[in-house]
Structures are given as C-alpha cells and as structure tokens.
Design a protein around this ligand. Structure first.
Ligand code: ZN
Length: 250
C-alpha cells in the first residue's frame, strides 16, 4: 500500500525534533563540562587557561591573558590584586590637585618582579602594564639578547601636572602625565653591569640597539600608546608609555 504524504512529513518532523533534542543535550553536557572545568575547586586546568581565575602577572601568556589584563584594569581593587602577584609597591591615597591633575588608584612603585626602579608615584594601570611588559618581554629578551637579567629600569617619572609637549607654546590639551597615565623610560641596566640608554644606543647596530627596538615593539603589546625616538625629537631620550590611546606605536 502506498504511503500517504502526511505520514512522511510527520516522520520527518519527528526526526528533526529528535535531532534537535540530541544537539541540545550535547550542548548542555559540553557547557556543564566546561563550566566545571573552570569553576571546580580541584580543576586540573592551569590558572593561565582558566577564565574564572584573576590575572597573575607571573602566569605564562595564553590567549586569555589580554582579556584578563583588561578585566584587572577595569576595577581599582582588581588592578592592585594583580599587581601584587609580581611587584613591589605600596597602595597610596588618591592625589587630587584639580580636574586635570590627579592620580586615581595611586601606587608607589619600587620593583617589577626582580627588576628595580627608582620609586615612582603612578597609577596602578601603568604599574600593571609595566609589570606585564617586564615579565613577558623584557626579562626574556635581556637573557636572549644580552645574556643577563634586567636589573633596573631608568625612568624620567610618571606624574607631571602639565599640558602635552608638542613644541608649540599654544598647546592647551593636558598630558596623560597630568593623571599619571604615562611613564617615561630612558634606559635599562643588566646583570653583569651593562647599561643601555635610549639617547646613546637607539640607533646602535649591536645588541644594545636590538634590545631597545625590541623593547619599543613589545611595549606596544601592553600599552595603549608607545612613543619613542622614531616618533619625534622630543622622544629621542625616552619611551613614552601610556595606558590610554588607540594603539599608536612609533
Ligand atoms: Zn611621557
């Protein structure tokens, strides 16, 4: 006896419902498994790969790192907690001079991992971005290029209540230094006594120049704006590293 068209479409509809239920169950099982993998207290997932764990500066870099950094930078307490995983600093009360000049979430920073620097009052965002730069790029590069650890970062300070320096006396826009959202780095010192300064070594053909150019390029991964000797002559002797901006890297 020939099948009626109605029987076929009913069976087809049943098959589709069955397939959808199977898929829904698979998605639910996978989702629950992923949730358990991240949230279970005894998860075997390393913290660096676990989206529920906060940023630890010393964790290896993974595809989650920049997202975790963004999350840490979004709240003042999370920034301080992340900074505490690697750095020598003291939290400070906010500095409020005016609408244009202040340091919110202020820290007094003395060390980034094993790297020292002259104590500087800056924003937690600058300190945390610097900590990531030192941990994941500068220390490995110091070993690879110069054969010794990075012992010290030389800098020209962070907070400075002033307008942007452009060479024009009419400039009225405020510098990111006026809110300590920038740090000026002028050189580096390494184990074994080697020293590098931007003004002397930037164009050098040897390892010192190579280290400086790597430092500039890698800073662009951690800061929102990176300006150096190739930007203009006002930056011939330092990197201007900024936690605000749209990715300028020169
Ligand atoms: Zn600067």
């Amino acid at each position: 006896m020939a099948k009626k068209p109605g029987d076929l479409s009913f069976r087809e509809a049943l098959r589709q419902v069955h397939n959808r239920i199977v898929w829904l169950c698979l998605v639910l099982v996978c989702g629950f498994g992923l949730f358990q993998l991240h949230a279970h207290p005894k998860t075997p997932l390393p913290d660096a790969w676990n989206a529920t764990r906060p940023l630890n500066v010393t964790d290896p870099e993974t595809p989650l790192t920049s997202w975790k950094l963004g999350r840490a930078l979004a709240t003042p307490s999370a920034c301080l907690e992340a900074l505490a995983t690697s750095s020598d600093f003291a939290p400070m009360d906010p500095l409020e001079i005016s609408d244009n000049c202040h340091i919110r979430n202020q820290v007094r920073l003395r060390g980034l991992g094993s790297t020292r620097l002259a104590a500087v009052e800056t924003s937690c965002a600058i300190a945390l971005r610097s900590a990531m730069w030192v941990q994941h790029d500068l220390q490995p590069a110091a070993q690879d290029i110069l054969g010794g650890g990075l012992e010290r970062i030389e800098h020209l300070g962070s907070y400075n209540c002033r307008p942007i320096r452009t060479g024009s006396s009419n400039e009225t826009r405020w510098s990111t230094h006026a809110t300590a959202e920038a740090l000026d780095v002028s050189g580096f010192r390494f184990g074994g006594g080697q020293q590098i300064s931007l003004v002397r070594d930037w164009d050098g053909p040897g390892p010192k120049g190579a280290f400086l150019r790597f430092a500039r390029d890698s800073a662009c991964d951690w800061f929102r704006t990176t300006l150096g000797p190739e930007f203009n002559r006002l930056h011939a002797d330092h990197f201007h590293l900024q936690s605000r901006g749209w990715g300028t890297c020169r």
